[in-house]
Write a protein that binds this ligand. Structure first.
Ligand SMILES: NC(=O)c1ccc[n+]([C@@H]2O[C@H](COP(=O)([O-])OP(=O)(O)OC[C@H]3O[C@@H](n4cnc5c(N)ncnc54)[C@H](O)[C@@H]3O)[C@@H](O)[C@H]2O)c1
Length: 376
């Protein structure tokens, strides 16, 4: 198969969808890989690194779209890319269709096959291509929180780990999922006193077992949160109710209970945020202050660490990209339920319920599409 890797052109997106290791793997299986010049530069990968692994560099994005049977990307295509997409071309990338009607209609009209990273799903309902970015964001939340706790940055001026004779900071982690677990590990590693709250008792039991001694677990409810916020220096919000807006666990009136200079990092901001006073911010302007409480609410945290994020993402996507390249998308999706769940839009038809529901579109059962063609 001919695989194309365009340079990401969305504002401030420095990740790239394939590394030289991925190119080498695809080449080993007999595929051709075309990479747009400087596609990897933001992640520290040069054109020479790609050619060394067997890729061919193309000067323009137009050439990449024109030649490729499968386009592998990171972010959803933006408007200037729509006309480049060919009918029957396979696009394997994050789409988040439910958040853009324009993108949904553009992809329906393109006739392309849109396989979305974010809906590839394992039998246990976990989302293997979202997990790596939650891991990055969870770890980064502590780093950002520690930075904004510094006095010149607007925080209380407390060191997370303390020093001999001085108590460490208290960190409260909302949600003990992927983000929360990674945050708790990092904060605990720096020596902070960490409390994780969750509504899932089984999850709390598990975390209690595996976390170091400076991590406590507490059931998440309003009463407990009101007690905890009074003594907390850094709050990290990592709750998720799948498919729904995040619940507001920290309401505006709770800010009055906190000490001035407390820092709150709302990782769940991409689902609307779990603090009532949150609104999405950018890496250029990441924080704002409400009632003396510093809010960090960047919706695309992994974008700030593209070296790490590119590798974390491609480690997870490459095995699926290989299946798609080796078998063609139809056979790969017939053979692998996880990939089948990734199909969102195929040849002008919506095949993913969440997308159909979001924009009131008719839903075509994915089996109708996969069943009709016998040979991919
Ligand atoms: N801002 C970013 O750049 C960025 C990056 C990655 C992920 N995220 C977001 O971070 C959020 C968390 O992702 P995740 O992968 O850790 O999800 P996850 O499903 O692994 O974990 C969510 C946890 O929240 C818990 N929870 C639900 N309701 C709760 C409540 N009322 N109180 C306490 N806990 C509650 C769940 O039981 C679960 O353990 C998501 O919204 C995700 O989209 C943001």
């Amino acid at each position: 198969m001919i695989i194309g890797v365009p340079k990401e052109i969305k504002n401030n997106e420095n990740r790239v969808a394939l590394t030289p290791a991925g190119v080498a793997e695809l080449k080993k299986h007999g595929h051709e890989v075309y990479v747009q010049s400087t596609a990897g530069i933001g992640s520290g990968i040069s054109d020479e690194d790609y050619t060394g692994a067997g890729a061919t560099i193309l000067a323009t994005i137009e050439e990449v779209y024109a030649i490729a049977e499968m386009i592998v990307k990171v972010k959803e295509p933006i408007a200037s890319e729509y006309p480049l997409i060919k009918a029957n071309q396979l696009l394997f990338t994050y789409f988040h269709f439910a958040s853009s009607e324009e993108l949904t209609h553009a992809m329906l009209e393109s006739g392309a096959v849109c396989l979305a990273y974010e809906t590839v799903e394992k039998a246990d309902r976990s989302l293997p291509l979202l997990i790596p970015m939650s891991e990055v964001a969870g770890r980064m939340a502590v780093q950002e929180g520690a930075k904004y706790l510094e006095k010149p940055m607007g925080g209380r001026g407390i060191l997370l780990g303390g020093v001999a004779g001085v108590k460490p900071a208290n960190v409260l982690v909302l949600g003990g999922g992927i983000v929360g677990t990674q945050s708790a590990k990092m904060a605990a590693g720096l020596g902070a006193n960490v409390t994780i709250v969750d509504v899932n008792l089984q999850r709390l039991r598990y975390l209690e077992d595996i976390m170091p001694a400076n991590v406590d677990t507490v059931m998440s409810n309003e009463y407990n949160l009101r007690q905890l916020v009074q003594h907390t220096d850094l709050i990290i919000g990592g709750v998720l109710i799948p498919g729904a807006k995040a619940p507001f666990l920290i309401t505006k009136d709770m800010l009055k209970l906190m000490r001035p200079g407390t820092v709150m990092v709302d990782v769940a901001i991409d689902q609307g945020g779990c603090f009532e006073t949150s609104h999405a911010t950018t890496h250029q302007d990441p924080i704002f202050v409400v009632d003396d409480i510093v809010h960090y609410c960047v919706a695309n945290m992994p974008g700030a660490v593209p070296y790490t994020s590119t590798l974390a993402l491609t480690n997870a996507t490459l095995p699926y990209a290989l299946q798609l390249a080796n078998k063609g998308w139809k056979k790969a999706c017939r053979d692998n339920e996880e990939l089948k769940k990734g199909l969102n839009i195929v040849h002008g038809k919506t095949v993913y319920k969440g997308v159909a529901d979001a924009w009131d579109l008719s839903l075509t059962p994915v089996e109708d599409i996969l069943g009709k063609v016998i040979v991919a």
